[in-house]
Design a protein around this ligand. Structure first.
Ligand code: G
Ligand code: G
Ligand code: MN
Ligand code: NA
Length: 253
């Protein structure tokens, strides 16, 4: 209850901030995207992890306001970067299942328009749990977003129950291999088998594949061997504040 009311205050008091974690092409070594990650600078508690407050926001429904704030802030930032003549790769924003209502495409379109941001500048990351309760309604909403020109990525892939046949129903252009399978590469046989299966499946479905939580050169080498397209993780960069991310882009990384 305390976190909930403090989170409402945080929205009002500007205590929220987006960090950006680069996604790097395994082919070129260059930054080809970024994921926006929410941070809360609490005046007393200090930096509060989204792992703590996102679940509370989801339970209380506050995630709708929070999610709109995140999208607004990402679009505002992209607009600012574009106005500064920075060449921007797409920025991915996380969406909670709760945000997936009939009004979502309209809400997203309004925010893009307000900030004069092209739909291909913002990607949306959704989690596998959304597919599991995936009804025709969810598919219809996804199709609307795609028709608007947005790309959808499936986050935390491998932690849910999606099968190849199942995945085919959803208009998803990118799969993100969950960090929990990347940790053991290339030494844990089971993780190697799972990563290989996911990459093979994504290639069959002509989806881009991003590996999360890449921390070592050995993991990167294995993922390159598999034919993974992009990596994201501490090996390249932690999530960083906007100015730092812009500096990385300017340095042509
Ligand atoms: O950044 P960090 O690894 O601490 O994030 C922890 C969790 O919070 C991750 O699962 C991440 O997807 C989630 N998260 C971070 N930012 C957002 C956001 O803006 N919206 C939603 N729905 N989840 C987020
Ligand atoms: O669930 P989601 O994929 O959105 O979670 C992203 C979270 O993973 C972020 O909070 C980010 O801080 C964290 N993260 C990103 N890269 C790494 C990494 O290389 N190692 C670890 N341990 N965490 C990472
Ligand atoms: Mn994510
Ligand atoms: Na993840």
């Amino acid at each position: 209850l305390r976190i909930e009311s403090e989170l409402r205050q945080a929205l009002v008091n500007n205590e929220l901030q987006l960090y950006y974690q680069p996604k790097v092409s395994l082919r070129s070594g260059r930054i080809v995207g970024a994921e926006a990650l929410l941070r809360w600078r609490h005046p007393v508690r200090g930096l509060v992890s989204p792992g703590v407050f996102i679940p509370v926001a989801e339970e209380t429904g506050l995630i709708l306001e929070l999610g709109t704030w995140v999208l607004e802030e990402a679009c505002r930032q992209v607009r600012e970067w574009r106005d500064a003549n920075l060449i921007m790769p797409p920025i991915a924003v996380n969406l909670s299942a709760r945000q997936f209502d009939n009004e979502l495409p309209k809400r997203v379109a309004a925010v893009l328009e307000k900030h004069r941001v092209q739909p291909d500048q913002i990607n949306l990351e959704i989690t596998e749990s959304l597919l599991v309760r995936g009804t025709d309604k969810v598919i219809a909403i996804m199709n609307q977003l795609v028709a608007m020109g947005m790309a959808l990525a499936l986050d935390d892939f491998g932690t849910g129950y999606s099968s190849l046949a199942y995945l085919k129903k959803f208009p998803i252009s990118t799969l993100k291999i969950d960090r929990s399978f990347v940790i053991g590469l290339p030494y844990e046989e089971n993780d190697c088998a799972i990563a290989r299966a996911i990459v093979t499946m994504a290639q069959q479905l002509r989806q881009e594949i991003v590996a999360e939580g890449v921390e070592t050169a050995e993991q990167m080498a294995f993922l390159r061997e598999l034919g993974c397209d992009q990596l994201q993780g501490y090996l390249f960069s932690q999530p960083v504040p906007a100015a730092e991310f812009a500096a990385m882009l300017r340095e042509g990384k």
